[in-house]
Design a protein around this ligand. Structure first.
Ligand SMILES: [Ca+2]
Ligand SMILES: [Ca+2]
Ligand SMILES: [Ca+2]
Ligand SMILES: [Ca+2]
Length: 593
């Protein structure tokens, strides 16, 4: 295991016999006859055992049978409180050779947060153009040791354990290129030695890719990839040669014994974002591809009959820039946020800056086209029907928006949203200083009924943010933020907001092909509500998440129960977890038998 801190305790939680959980709503003899129904009933009974007089709730996920876990408890560490974030510059500047931004160079690069050397601290990887990518090794206390990778020209940075050896690898998408796989050499390289990552060819992972995400899509235990191209960028970078290749579009890359097998879903994409999640809760991960320009976003349902295109959203973004999924109203279901471009206010100065885009001739969209040029928040009702609540919740207009990320920044039990924005390009914004549309990043606090702007949080940087990621970088329990800016140093925003408490959960499946439990979901029962978090690789724009789940809640809302749904549908619980801690919850069985 990877935690080596003092003050950590370990306990092993074994599953009780299923019948032991059965209450009136779930007779024990139903175990054999109706396992699916029973497990729901078992769960409600279990939760009602833990709570006094709870109302029957619902978990919109298939649960099969309990499985035992080992729990390590880390922390809590002391945190500093001064009601705002503190900005730290990182010596990484994503830029071009001459500093002039032309065409799709404007789109910038991503950032990944993950524990890359298994020392318990979260490290950073930032993509770049003409300069090398950077790795920032976390040495504790927000001190980082920078290492330059022998590669730049990068778009997406996805940190994920592709080969399932327990060490996080890197998959990078490139400007005009294919996916690059950088294998983590694991224990073969000394802790502080450079060159932990070595580039290797992966058979079959060879399609033009801009956006990428990873999940186990065929439920065989290993991680499959989805990639999508950004065709207009390829045309700009490769010229007519691009036309000869005929390999753009959206691909599933099935993880097979001898490499990856590509399955093409469509031959056209302008994809800036991909997200994978089990939208209908049937245990199979579904796919959403977000397209720039007028090409509509596309949703494929992963069904027993293969991938089926479906129109599930009444409204979508037009120039989709990023996706994030989160349970914003603590309903138990994931809502989808997609970012787009819309002036953040109607001030004359703002409208003057935006004039070229607002006055551009756009051919009218066909009747019934669901696309809108604004951010959308798609929330499903209990029947699974989505509604766009973006305008209603006051988060439709946040400027030229790139990464939008949910996280409970102030730890009150409601997921807040942080959006980075701005644009720079030598022709579109030739009328502005430095050809740059300068905008303040937007921190939006979830009030329950809406989102309010929080200029006092200290997150309103005016640099050109593109990729962004969140994680607890100083180990004090709250979410810090890293932004990969275009033509400006990257920034680390240290969370020093006051109030609230947290529980962080790291899920492990040692010995399986998916040790980081990508695709798992956890629910935390608290007096302030039932909180849901999901383990995913890609979040926001071109960036990836540490997979360390962060639950915030009011300081007096002692959590009662943590329920984990593992990627294979088995489940585990941890009772009365202590606030402030990080729990490392590991399955004690091998997932693959
Ligand atoms: Ca690995
Ligand atoms: Ca698989
Ligand atoms: Ca909050
Ligand atoms: Ca922190």
């Amino acid at each position: 295991m990877n935690a080596h801190r003092n003050g950590q305790s370990v306990s092993v939680i074994l599953p009780r016999k299923q019948a032991g959980y059965a209450g009136d709503s779930a007779p024990a003899n139903a175990v054999v006859n109706a396992p699916r129904l029973l497990t729901m009933g078992v769960l409600v009974a279990l939760v009602c055992l833990a709570l006094s007089g709870c109302a029957p709730g619902f978990y919109p996920l298939l649960l099969t049978e309990p499985t035992s876990v080992r729990v390590e408890r880390v922390g809590p560490a002391l945190s500093t409180c001064e009601d705002r974030f503190i900005t730290h510059d990182l010596p990484h500047n994503t830029t071009t050779a001459d500093g002039v931004i032309r065409m799709y160079e404007a789109n910038g690069a991503g950032v990944a947060i993950n524990d890359l050397d298994n020392d318990g601290d979260l490290d950073l990887v930032l993509g770049n153009y003409d300069n090398p990518n950077s790795i920032f090794w976390n040495e504790g206390g927000l001190r980082f040791r920078q290492e330059q990778m022998p590669i730049g020209r990068t778009r997406a940075v996805a940190a994920v354990d592709v080969d399932g050896d327990g060490w996080t690898d890197l998959t990078l998408t490139r400007v005009g290129g294919a996916v690059n796989f950088w294998r983590n050499r694991g224990a073969d390289v000394a802790a502080d030695a450079p060159g932990r990552f070595v580039q290797e060819f992966v058979n079959g992972l060879a399609k033009p890719a801009y956006a990428i995400d990873w999940a186990d899509l065929d439920a065989d235990g290993d991680l499959d990839a989805v990639t999508a191209s950004y065709d207009i960028g390829l045309l700009t970078e490769l010229g007519n040669e691009y036309l000869l290749r005929g390999e753009s579009g959206v691909y599933i890359h099935w993880n097979d014994a001898d490499g990856f097998r590509a399955q093409r879903l469509t031959d056209e994409a302008q994809a800036l974002a991909i997200t994978l999640w089990d939208e209908d809760g049937d245990g199979r991960g579904d796919l959403l591809v977000g397209n720039d320009f007028a090409l509509p976003d596309q949703f494929w349902r992963n069904s027993a009959d293969g991938w089926q295109l479906a129109a599930i959203f009444p409204e979508t973004t037009h120039s989709t820039m990023s996706f994030d999924l989160a349970d914003v109203d603590n309903s138990g279901r994931a809502a989808l946020f997609a970012s787009d471009m819309k002036p953040p206010d109607n001030n004359p100065e703002t409208m003057r800056a935006w004039a070229p885009l607002m006055e551009a001739e756009h051919p009218p969209l066909p009747a019934g086209d669901p696309q809108r040029m604004e951010n959308v928040l798609l929330i499903a009702d209990p029947g699974g029907n989505f509604q766009n609540m973006g305008r209603d919740r006051q988060l439709d207009a946040t400027g030229w928006s790139w990464s939008g990320l949910f996280g409970d920044l102030d730890q009150d039990g409601q997921l807040d949203l942080y959006i980075v924005n701005g644009f720079a390009e030598s022709t579109t914004f030739a009328h502005l200083d430095g050809h740059e549309l300068v905008e303040r990043n937007q921190a939006l606090r979830n009030t329950g009924g809406g989102f309010e702007r929080m200029p006092d949080w200290g997150l309103g940087s005016e640099r050109g943010g593109r990729g962004a990621a969140q994680g607890d970088l100083d180990g004090d329990g709250d979410l810090d933020i890293v932004v990969n800016n275009l033509r400006g140093n990257a920034q680390l925003f240290e969370n020093r907001l006051c109030g609230g408490a947290s529980l962080q959960v790291e899920l492990r499946q040692p010995g399986s092909a998916n040790p980081a439990a990508i695709g798992a979901t956890a629910f935390l029962e608290t007096p302030a509500g039932r909180l849901r978090r999901d383990v995913r690789v890609t979040r926001g724009y071109l960036s990836s998440d540490p997979g360390q789940l962060h639950f915030g809640f009011p300081a007096d809302a002692q959590p009662r129960l943590l329920l984990i749904r593992w990627p294979d549908g088995k489940w585990s619980t941890v009772s009365a977890p202590s606030p402030g801690q990080k729990l490392i919850v590991s399955r004690t069985e091998h997932q693959q038998e």
